[in-house]
Ligand binder design. Sequence first.
Ligand code: UT7
Length: 323
Amino acid sequence: MNSTNLHSRIIGSGRCLPERIVSNGELAANLDTTDEWIRSRTGIGQRHIAAEGQTSSDLAFAASQQALAAAGVSAAELDLIIVATSTPDFIFPSTACLLQAKLGAKNGAAFDVQAVCSGFVYALTTADAYIRGGLARTALVVGAEVFSRILDWNDRSTAVLFGDGAGAVVLRADNAPGIEACALHADGSQAGILSVPGNVCGGKVIGSPFLQMDGQAVFKFAVRVLDEVAREVLAKANTDIEHLDWLIPHQANVRIIEATAKRLGLPSERAIVSVERHANTSAASIPLAFDEAVRDGRIRQGQRVLFEGVGGGFTWGAVLFRF
Ligand code: UT7
């Protein structure tokens, strides 16, 4: 391999959703909400919820096994593992280290990235930089979340929006791209519009352990930055929306996805939508949607795909690649 012309390519993907499916109707039995409200405002019809004791590293492990099998790569070949999560198993060690142990991998670095719903594009961009810089050759990048643990199930404005799951991809160094362009951004001054403003201190929870959100502020912010960052990476790669096969934005709300596609001038059928069945799985949402679309044959080798994330921090970013 020519080390002066290194790129990274996605060579396999996998996903894991907890068995238990909770419909909107089931939520409406205990909350002042309706299936009609949830569907019309968000496009969400159901979500998967982790079993008691099932953790982000458990979901990450199952998704990673699928991704490694699809890539034809063994755990021993991995020299980098990055897990994007805001719902880690522990404060430490990282979920990536726990995943590494479950996989029986030992060779190389393992760490978590915390950028909430942008976590997967942050992790993928980081892995791409490691590979292009010659620091890693075969990387596993995972988004894994159990957001059900940080929801106040009595708060209808947030409880209906999220679900649990994990998605994984294997990246490998190659002389051909692969990943063509990445962009990451953050604006910490917007931290207050989406947060879990709590901590554990001296054995007690300080602040709140539950997700809080100004839904309308998040909605407006998301639509603006998803448009901007898509244009930014397309320009970086000297291409345009005409040459894009698939858009996979963060799956939070079908109205945000449709508004983003419209602003970009992309026909809405070229945006992959899985939020109806998964709800918002934060860092897991993009790799979950990607793996589904690869396995059902929509996304094919050689096609150009754009991942876009946006979430708490505030953070946002995009990764443009050829599959
Ligand atoms: O990963 C990034 C994370 N989050 C997002 O991307 C979310 C972005 N924001 C959104 O998707 C939308 O803002 C929401 C779906 C969260 C809310 O939709 P909205 O159209 O902005 O509704 P709203 O917050 O303005 O609320 C409208 C009404 C309120 O009642 P009043 O004050 O008009 O009487 C809410 O109390 O809807 C009420 N409401 C509900 N009603 C039934 C809020 N949640 C519910 C609910 N069921 N679950």
